[in-house]
Design a protein around this ligand. Structure first.
Ligand SMILES: C[S@@+](CC[C@H](N)C(=O)[O-])C[C@H]1O[C@@H](n2cnc3c(N)ncnc32)[C@H](O)[C@@H]1O
Ligand code: SF4
Ligand code: SF4
Length: 325
């Protein structure tokens, strides 16, 4: 995979809070140990200045948290939009944050896509997957938001529901529920976040539907979502981390306050990590990518891409999509 001179996809963590305590996510366990919190205006401005005018195709102003917990997020989205008029801006949140006031602000903001994470449609399913999110309030917020969105359709909207947690029959019902409401559903196969979440709490024990096919045999390897060759992930204190799996902040590649994005992206340290990901350099068994389901053999990836091209639209969604977070 050729590495462009500057990243084309960027994730910026403007804040570290999310309040949802999801069982499928390492955030509730790992975030209390983080030293970083809300991004300062100085750090944010420095990043925006560096991104301004660059050919960034895709940007999400969150990373391992929820940008709707950042009071300044709408001003920040405006600033990013001024700097990057043609970039696809995607925001992901839970129904908890879609209060009438925030809904109004989101609908008026210059984003390109909103994703609402909802890993079920009942109080029991919320309690098991997103225990910090109050089902009644979140669902009422989401349903009201969808109706308001339908009146304007100012950007793309979809529901993200993790697949592999419930029985196939229940999944079909969840899918029908959102389709009947006239909203797109993105079905993402749940993964272990590099062995950082316990998925054994799901299923009835007869079959483990959470298992993600570990597509790794012979090298060369690659990151299924090109996190090392297209994406830059900036933590709220300016540190650059390898990817959205790095909840323990294990692979830090520099800090945008000490070096330019260009220098970090083209550094020896980044090149070394890319070589490790390809399998060209030795790695310890506990290296982040070795624990991650998205680290696959190139041959497996190419076969999957062939399947994507020949899949029906139903099957297509369950195959890896370019912007899965
Ligand atoms: C880390 S969250 C950040 C944004 C926001 N807090 C949210 O939940 O939408 C980004 C996306 O990752 C998804 N996610 C969390 N844990 C996951 C897992 N174990 N496997 C696959 N996707 C996961 C979430 O559902 C969400 O759609
Ligand atoms: S998935 Fe999102 S909302 Fe849930 S704990 Fe992780 S960051 Fe928070
Ligand atoms: S393989 Fe997994 S851990 Fe490695 S860069 Fe990709 S997403 Fe991150």
């Amino acid at each position: 995979m050729t590495v462009p001179p500057f990243p084309t996809h960027v994730q910026i963590q403007t804040t570290t809070a999310c309040g949802a305590a999801c069982s499928i996510c390492p955030h509730p366990v790992e975030s209390p140990r983080w030293s970083n919190g809300l991004m300062t205006d100085g750090t944010f401005d420095r990043i925006v200045n560096q991104l301004c005018g660059r050919p960034i195709e895709y940007l999400s102003p969150y990373l391992m948290a929820d940008s709707m917990s950042d009071r300044k997020i709408f001003d920040r989205i405006e600033a990013l939009r001024r700097a990057l008029p043609d970039t696809h801006f995607e925001v992901s949140t839970t129904g908890m944050y879609l209060t009438p006031k925030i809904a109004e602000q989101i609908l008026a903001s210059p984003i390109s896509e909103l994703r609402i994470s909802s890993h079920g449609t009942t109080a029991e399913e919320y309690a098991k997957t997103m225990p910090g999110v109050k089902f009644d309030t979140a669902m009422a917020n989401a349903l009201a938001f969808i109706e308001r969105w339908k009146a304007q359709r100012p950007f793309k909207l979809c529901i993200v529901c993790l697949w592999g947690l419930w029985s196939p029959e229940r999944e079909a019902q969840i899918e029908a529920y959102w389709r009947d409401l006239g909203v797109e559903i993105s079905k993402w196969h749940v993964n272990s976040r590099a062995d950082q979440v316990d998925l054994t709490i799901f299923g009835d024990g007869s079959e483990d539907t959470t298992v993600y096919a570990r597509g790794k045999d012979d090298p060369p390897y690659l990151c299924r979502f090109h996190r090392d060759t297209q994406w830059l992930h900036i933590l709220s204190d300016g540190r650059v981390t390898l990817c959205c799996m790095d909840y323990k902040q294990e692979v830090i590649l520099g800090n945008v306050l000490d070096s330019s994005i260009e220098e970090i992206w083209n550094s020896e340290q980044f090149a070394d990590i890319r070589a490790k990901i390809r399998g060209d350099r030795p790695t310890a068994a506990e290296f982040l990518c070795n624990r991650c389901e998205w680290h696959v053999s190139r041959s497996v990836y190419e076969r999957e891409q062939g399947n994507v091209r020949s899949a029906t639209s139903q099957e297509h969604q369950l195959l890896p999509s370019a912007s899965q977070m």
